[in-house]
Design a protein around this ligand. Sequence first.
Ligand code: A2P
Length: 294
Amino acid sequence: MIDLTLNNGVTLPTLGLGVFQSAPEETAQAVAEALRIGYRHIDTAAAYRNEREVGEGLRRSGVDRDEVFLETKVWVSDFGYDQTLHAFEKAAGKLGVDTLDLLILHQPAPTRFETTIAAYRALESLLADGRVRAIGVSNFMPHHLERLLAETDVVPAVNQVELHPYFTQRAVQEADAAHGILTQAWSPIGGITFYPGWGDGKRSVLEDPTIAEIADAHGKTPAQVMLRWGIQQGRSVIPKSTNPARIAENFDVFDFELTGEHLARIDALDTGVRGGPDPDQPRDAFFDVVIDEA
Ligand code: A2P
């Protein structure tokens, strides 16, 4: 496992288990299994409604809490200074921990940016109080970052965005790098290009012929090649799986190296088309979601 050092000196295991769309009853099992085989980083979110089961998986695994990097996200309906302080209590309570390793804003609220700023101010105060070890954002485009940086004090440690070979977000990656923000890839093997209800009618990046050819050349799978591409380019990657064989497969990516030519060929697959929601067009319903108390 490779560790990445965040801009505040905290280290984060580059590869983590994602649990977006992991059903609650499968999540505890997936988390315990991932920890058993060596994962030490789990990414969840209040809006995934499985923080409780992530905590249960952690306890079930027997792995010491301090050995695991726990990351979660504040949903937009909990934005605002006091609301976000309370969102931390809800998340920590459900996870069953006192502190979080990384707490990030799930996405900007472009039409209510002042609440986004207030929420981030709350993250800054949680950081100062030692309740969280690092803070950051998710789904921020460069113009959201510029505004946040102009109006707040702590540079985010992480910006977690949709990032896979069909949507490489070069401008976001450049803006993150310019400010010392780690780019973390959600859907790093392009699940968003084939998830039922999300990927319908889209081309699945898992079936891409270029990636298949590179995978064959290394005796690896397409998913492993995509994860390796992200890791070699310095990103954190958080593939989601609830299947034990695929959880293990996604972790087995530290024994091979892609060539510069392979990396460039994967970069060239970018379509410029996102699979997930446009961060500038949040749906009104997002703000009506009620995140349960712990
Ligand atoms: P499953 O949980 O049944 O394994 P992403 O993290 O890029 O969004 O991808 C997640 C999706 O990819 C999920 O549908 C997951 O399903 C599937 N998946 C995870 N790992 C692999 C793998 N190694 N090969 C193929 N599909 C995978």
